[in-house]
Design a protein around this ligand. Sequence first.
Ligand SMILES: Cc1cc2nc3c(=O)[nH]c(=O)nc-3n(C[C@H](O)[C@H](O)[C@H](O)COP(=O)(O)OP(=O)(O)OC[C@H]3O[C@@H](n4cnc5c(N)ncnc54)[C@H](O)[C@@H]3O)c2cc1C
Length: 416
Amino acid sequence: MKTEKLPQVVIVGAGFGGLETAQRLANAPVQITLIDRHNYHLFQPLLYQIAIAGLVPSQIAYPLRTIFRRQKNLTFQMGEVTSIDFGARFIRSNGSVIAYDYLVLAVGGQTNFFGLSGVEENGFQLKSIESATSTRNHLLRMLERASREVDPDTRKALLTFVVVGGGPTGVETAGALAELITHVMAKDYPHMDLSEVRVLLVEATDRVMPAYPEELRKATMNLLEKKNVEILLNTRLTDYNGRKVTFADGDPIDAHTLIWTAGVRSAEITDRLGVQQAAAGRVRVEPTLQLPQHPEVFVIGDAAYVEDSQHQPLPMLATVAQQEANAAARNLRNILKGERTEPFQYKDPGLLATIGRNAAVARIWGLSFSGFIAWVIWVALHIYRLIGFRNRLVVLINWAWDYFFYDNQVRLITRE
Ligand SMILES: Cc1cc2nc3c(=O)[nH]c(=O)nc-3n(C[C@H](O)[C@H](O)[C@H](O)COP(=O)(O)OP(=O)(O)OC[C@H]3O[C@@H](n4cnc5c(N)ncnc54)[C@H](O)[C@@H]3O)c2cc1C
């Protein structure tokens, strides 16, 4: 008996967008190859928890082969996609060539240092398990070194932690770092004067959390100040050499730690595709998420440039990537059925960010609120969104333990 060959769908990237697309196509009459350079899906919104010694990587990452164990129409390949030939319809990954009938590019983003090479070389970033783990090691090492440092100026520089970027990641990191020091490290280093510690949040514009309404921006500032985070607004960083932070105006600050959360751009491969790119290197797509001139190619998530009804670019958020994935999968099914593709419309589910223990800000169903209730919603939502029952349970126990005993679990300095 002759079996008909199913259309080949290649999905590049198994982040929020790629994972959702693959799952949405589970029962479609296609054969899927999912490719990622990692063998796991990473829940990036909790990366800062690794940096502040709250969680271990395995609690926020999940093996892709386990996720797709039961999906019969999908094969996973671990590999780095290095080039794509849109004309001949194939990709190159790890030296081999994989042909496709349909391609979904969900390659995500990378940190944007805006050409500040000193920051790139000497600063820390939160974009991968490796970068978050080396941030944790470094933070803990600074406390160890400070505990035996006799020179007061050097000690202060070791205990000065600069977080750059007033968006949700910077705010969450600064708040959690301040708490790690006041609640946890104070117990580990009883002889150290932790009043010498400074956690600074540096933002180039006049506001933190720019996407949030005014009342929540104010609440964020108040919550951070209560945790002794110093907020420097209208402060543009110009260089960092690993010891000194330099600004466009004002005095430099001696600091052995700088965490950069001030920019994201599309993944490196998008620069090599010969396609039209918009701000932050994102690939311009049609409203249906298809690549112009290549309706068989969809680009979604952080890598795609899509505007909302007000002609503003959609933010680089997991929720955007997941909704776009859903739309791309639906459009792909439409093509297979010979139907028209539909334009994508983002439905804003609201905004939510935590600023440490008992403190979060939220905008849900048009209502703004902050404090304990927002924090409970944040905890519940993040546990729910993690993949795997085991991870959910372990993270819940971990956070409950930290909450009641003020004791972050993962205060380990490991070799890298
Ligand atoms: C620290 C941090 C905190 C965040 N917090 C939030 C939050 O609270 N809420 C929210 O909604 N969003 C948050 N985001 C943003 C969110 O994580 C991204 O918007 C989302 O991950 C984008 O999904 P994506 O599928 O486009 O890309 P990603 O999830 O980044 O996935 C891209 C995948 O492509 C793979 N890849 C890239 N290039 C190649 C290649 N050449 N070959 C093979 N594989 C490749 C990568 O390994 C990766 O697995 C946060 C991001 C960070 C970094």
